[in-house]
Design a protein around this ligand. Structure first.
Ligand SMILES: C[S@@+](CC[C@H](N)C(=O)[O-])C[C@H]1O[C@@H](n2cnc3c(N)ncnc32)[C@H](O)[C@@H]1O
Ligand SMILES: [Zn+2]
Length: 325
């Protein structure tokens, strides 16, 4: 069951991406708040039969436009239950990274135990991969759970190769609905100020200029911007079929290059560092001590430097809680 811990006195925006019990867990390594989806019914409570076919279709159109046609290795950051797995076909290998083991198990049940897929339970703040492991990264409906955006972007820049592609989606605080609500004094917070707005505990809306500045400071250059969900209004969604609204959305998405007033924004960017080759074999890195000396056994990856063991269970590599050194 998905529950939302609301911040008292702050308006809820029901059509913005939300998450389950965003209790403030602490990661072992770096004391970051994490929004936990463990044992949540995200798929059935948020997607299936929940009237979001239009948003789902519109996001797929944006991804079709922004992801490369193919590549060696893709990482889906915050992959959840693998909703967007149609884009995995284009790559030789796909890493599904998520903090929630239970959602990765759902993804595994959908996609199977094919060696093409690597299921990794870990935090996006401390990704257990060697630098330059991926040529492509996608991150959809995840940025709104990122409290420390510079740390996340530093990790993205580290694990991508120089000419790699990073496609991210973020919730937009400067959306038309928020602007109108603010203008008519129906909300007290300004959508025009640059800082992130936490509308529900561990759920953040971002100003598009602020997000681009963060990318710039992390060493990414933004190549394309698309806006999605132009027609996310209950009345329109009741009147028009989802595929029709998605087709209209497809026409409007390129206006994202000019202005961004939709609830959701997609950015395609690349790290500003020399290009490189993605290694044939995925190399892990200990998220606690950064050593790449990890030895595999059937039940764990053992760090030769700090002595921690990272469990491997039912085809899921877990980097959330180490076994004792
Ligand atoms: C709203 S869901 C989106 C899932 C998927 N990308 C999609 O669009 O269907 C957000 C996902 O981010 C994951 N997540 C949240 N915080 C995380 C963290 N610190 N590290 C890795 N994953 C995280 C959650 O477990 C959840 O699966
Ligand atoms: Zn280690």
């Amino acid at each position: 069951m998905i529950t939302h811990s609301l911040v008292p006195g702050k308006p809820v925006q029901p059509e913005l991406p939300t998450g389950p019990s965003c209790a403030t867990l602490r990661t072992m390594a770096r004391e970051k708040r994490i929004c936990s989806y463990e044992d949540s019914d995200y798929r059935t409570d948020f997607w299936e039969g929940q009237g979001r076919e239009y948003e789902d279709l519109a996001e797929r159109i944006a991804l079709r436009r922004l992801l490369p046609q193919g590549g060696r290795r893709l990482i889906d950051v915050g992959a959840g239950f693998g909703r967007l797995s149609e884009f995995y076909d284009r790559f030789d290998q796909v890493v599904l990274l998520d903090y929630s083991r239970s959602l990765l198990q759902e993804a595994q049940a959908r996609l199977g135990h094919d060696s093409k897929y690597v299921y990794v339970a870990a935090s996006f703040y401390a990704m257990p991969f060697a630098p330059g492991s991926f040529d492509t990264a996608m991150m959809v409906r995840v940025m709104h759970h990122v409290e420390d955006v510079p740390s996340l972007l530093a990790e993205m820049a580290r694990v991508l190769v120089g000419d790699g592609t990073y496609v991210l989606e973020h919730a937009n605080k400067l959306n038309l609905k928020a602007i109108l609500r603010y203008a008519f004094r129906r909300q007290d917070w300004s959508p025009f100020t640059p800082e992130p707005y936490e509308f529900v505990t561990m759920n953040f809306d971002f100003h598009p200029d602020w997000m681009r500045q963060q990318l710039d400071e992390a060493g990414f250059h933004v190549k394309r911007t698309l806006t999605t969900s132009h027609f996310r209004l209950p009345l329109l969604k009741r009147i028009f079929p989802a595929p029709f609204l998605a087709t209209m959305d497809a026409f409007c998405q390129p206006t994202g290059a000019l202005w961004q007033l939709t609830p959701s924004v997609f950015l395609q960017s690349s790290p500003d560092k020399p290009g490189g080759e993605v290694p044939d074999r995925l190399r892990f890195q200990c998220p606690a001590c950064s050593s790449q000396e990890l030895i595999e056994s059937p039940t764990a990856l053992h760090c030769q430097s700090c002595g921690r063991g990272w469990p491997v269970e039912d085809g899921i590599l877990s980097f959330n809680e180490p076994r004792p050194a």
